[in-house]
Design a protein around this ligand. Structure first.
Ligand SMILES: [Zn+2]
Length: 383
């Protein structure tokens, strides 16, 4: 990378510069992130302890528009005041939202570009391009058109540490954390929520449920079906497993949670590991959900598994009975092999109490990407 040396209030700043004379977008993002994270790690007393109360510095800056807003294209000289301290002013799209974008050049066929153009994305161009690539990878033209007709919009921004994405039905709004806008998983998860909600042609378990555990479980299932790699959704850590050694029910270890996500991904992609779209993705969810790990999700349900909550609502969903191990019996029945290993399913009533909250938070934020859906306000205190 090339740098330009700029004098600013008696200091010498080295600011990255592109061949066109402007500061590259990823350099601006990098500087903003560095500044936002600094408060997280270096305390007033000089210690490096992480302080969650301070972890929203970037989010706070982004949601408050400064009096001075610089354009996204800035020369190193123009950027100096901001580069020295991003709290001084804002750069459009970096630490204050810019206008929604509809750039579709270079994305797929003419029909795909037409569908994409109906979905506005608020982000910098770099992020917008990734979001649009992910949309094309996970969804058919027809599905994208339905999203556009429902006026669904996407906003990428620096969220707080508690959520990587949200979907708000009332505002037709999908938000994705800036750090999670690159992989396919987060955007797919939130857009699946949007389709389940807005696509009126969906029926049964493929349509939105107002029961949080069922809605999240089926959204994770469809996310796995549509992605090319396993999505380590935080909900995998909310599946209870049977410990053969202690003969007790407990939460999964990190290793177990990840393995369940990998096995579900295999199950929902028909063993190929390559993401499905449209009808194929939905059919896979319909036929495989009740035998998946994520069907045993216990979320906001007083310990009841999603599959057992669903039994009373939908036809053809078999409950998981207490301590019934999911053996390879079903493998012989044909179709996709059910990849379940031990630990096994658990009856909700017999669950051990959940782990201590603090412990959980640490795991969530440090080890995995958790996809939550609710209003941002709720997010910060949720779970
Ligand atoms: Zn969700």
């Amino acid at each position: 990378m090339k740098y330009e040396t700029v004098k600013h209030r008696g200091r010498t700043l080295r600011i990255p510069v592109d061949d066109d004379g402007y500061v590259p977008q990823d350099a601006l993002l990098g500087r903003f992130e560095e500044w936002a994270d600094k408060r997280d790690h270096i305390q007033a007393d000089g210690s490096t302890r992480h302080d969650p109360r301070q972890s929203s510095r970037g989010w706070k800056d982004y949601t408050h528009r400064s009096e001075t807003v610089l354009p996204a294209k800035v020369t190193p000289k123009q950027a100096a005041l901001w580069w020295h301290n991003p709290g001084n002013c804002d750069i459009e799209g970096i630490d204050t939202p810019g206008r929604p974008k509809r750039n579709t050049q270079g994305h797929g066929t003419k029909a795909q570009r037409a569908a994409l153009a109906k979905i506005p994305v608020t982000a910098i161009e770099l992020e917008e391009a990734t979001v649009r690539r992910n949309l094309l990878q996970s969804f058919t033209n027809d599905e994208l058109t339905r999203l556009g007709k429902a006026r669904v919009k996407i906003h990428v921004y620096p969220r707080t540490h508690t959520a990587v994405g949200t979907y708000e039905s009332r505002r037709n709004l999908v938000t994705v954390d800036r750090k999670h806008s690159i992989p396919q998983t987060t955007i797919t998860h939130e857009v699946v929520h949007a389709l389940r909600d807005k696509d009126r042609s969906r029926r049964g378990i493929l349509a939105k449920s107002n029961i949080p555990g069922i809605e999240e479980s089926l959204t994770v299932a469809e996310q796995e079906a549509r992605n090319d790699s396993p999505g380590f959704s935080g909900y995998y850590w909310d599946i209870t497993v049977f410990d053969e050694k202690t003969r007790r029910w407990r939460g999964p270890t990190n290793k177990e949670a990840k393995r369940m996500a990998e096995e579900d991904h295999k199950l929902f992609t028909g063993g190929r590991g390559k993401g499905l779209r449209g009808a194929a993705a939905m059919e896979s969810v319909s036929s495989n959900w009740s035998k998946s790990h994520i069907a045993r999700l216990s979320y906001k349900s007083k310990g009841k598994m999603a599959v057992n909550q669903a039994t009373g609502i939908y036809l053809g969903i078999e409950p998981v009975s207490k301590a019934q191990p999911r053996t390879s019996k079903k493998k012989a029945a044909g179709g996709v092999s059910v990849p379940v290993s031990r630990p096994t399913a658990v009856a909700a009533e017999k669950r051990v109490p959940k782990r201590v909250k603090g412990q959980k938070t640490v795991k969530r934020t440090s080890k995995l990407a958790s996809n939550k859906t609710s209003k941002p306000k709720v997010m910060r205190t949720a779970r």
